[in-house]
Design a protein around this ligand. Structure first.
Ligand code: HEC
Ligand code: HEC
Length: 190
């Protein structure tokens, strides 16, 4: 009782997938349609099914805070409270999660991805909850993401130097490689 009044503000509760499901309807309008494209520049909307919940939270906060620039996603993320971000991330990550967590067999290694394995895994499944899974992601989205780190429109202290070391040729090879591994799925309501 002595602590009353000096306790920290209420922490954000862990994401609740059931609450997140309602929020997820809007998202599936783009993320739930196979091969749906962003108009300009043209690339496929990223697959979120089986992506790591903690990474989805980081990504959504990135749009809210402007470290990631995409007008639609900035508007979507800004319309959600911190708790809603946790909830919708828990819901989206829960779709296909069982299959994706297992991953496919470790692929024959590609020289260009040697440095990436430490975080994104031998089979493209992120090794920590905050390191995204790349396996199965759309090839053109992966190219777009790596180029955004290279040109600084997407800011991340870990990925910026990683991407800066890549040539256009490396980016093309790497994107093709990860997109062909078993992993992420187009988000579908179960
Ligand atoms: C109008 C289409 C559209 C809608 C609706 C939409 N998104 Fe997106 N989303 C996109 C596009 C396009 C991107 C890629 C943007 C970029 O280049 O950063 C994206 C990116 C994301 C990412 C980053 C994925 C990654 O691998 O880094 C997350 C997370 C995400 N969206 C979640 C959501 C959630 C949650 C909702 C619903 C509240 C939602 N989106 C609604 C089109 C949409
Ligand atoms: C030290 C750990 C680490 C290493 C090594 C690393 N990454 Fe990453 N990667 C991350 C983190 C953390 C993020 C999320 C950053 C953010 O929020 O934008 C990320 C994000 C990405 C994304 C964006 C995923 C998405 O869904 O938008 C791609 C693509 C990527 N990394 C590719 C690579 C490649 C290719 C390499 C090797 C050349 C590599 N990474 C090396 C930690 C790492």
């Amino acid at each position: 009782m002595l602590l009353l009044g000096i306790t920290a503000p209420p922490a954000i509760a862990e994401g609740d997938a059931a609450r997140g499901e309602k929020l997820g309807y809007t998202c599936l309008g783009c993320h739930g349609v196979d091969g749906y494209r962003n108009a300009y520049p043209s690339y496929r909307v990223p697959k979120l099914g089986g992506q790591k919940a903690a990474y989805l939270v980081i990504a959504l906060n990135g749009y809210r805070e402007g470290t990631r620039a995409h007008p639609t996603m900035m508007a979507q993320a800004s319309s959600l409270s911190e708790q809603q971000i946790e909830d919708v991330a828990a819901y989206l990550a829960s779709l296909s999660a069982g299959r994706v967590a297992a991953g496919g067999a470790a692929a024959a290694s590609l020289e260009e991805t040697t440095v990436c394995l430490a975080c994104h895994g031998q089979n493209g499944i992120g090794l920590s909850p905050t390191w995204p899974t790349l396996a199965g992601q759309h090839e053109d989205y992966l190219v777009h993401a790596l180029n955004q780190y290279r040109d600084g429109t997407r800011k991340d202290p870990v990925m910026a130097p990683m991407a800066a070391a890549l040539t256009d040729g490396d980016v093309a090879l790497i994107a093709k490689y990860y997109s062909r591994l078993d992993g992420l799925e187009t988000t579908k309501a179960d």
